[in-house]
Design a binder for this molecule. Sequence first.
Ligand SMILES: [Ca+2]
Length: 109
Amino acid sequence: MAVTDFLAASDIALAINACKAKDSFSPKMFLKTVGLSKKNTTEIKRIFTILDQDKSGFIEQDELQLFLQNFSKGARPLTAAETRGFLLQGDSDGDGKIGLEEFSALVKS
Ligand SMILES: [Ca+2]
């Protein structure tokens, strides 16, 4: 299963193109553009499971860094600043990783 099973290729292309330049990635903008905010709870959970590559139940920093590559194989890794920013916005309980509830809240925000 891949995120491309749930999202439109045209939306993914738009979202990836919008953050081509280093340090231009905005988590909320990306999640919205890619169509995630319109997905239901079950679909968001499935997508979360894909992003959680080691199936630890959380999206950790190393997974955040490679976040874009789940959407497009050739996409760039996030910069250190973007990865930190993503974590800051998503990690509401401050444990240094993003859980399903936190991810869902970010998607819906
Ligand atoms: Ca993980």
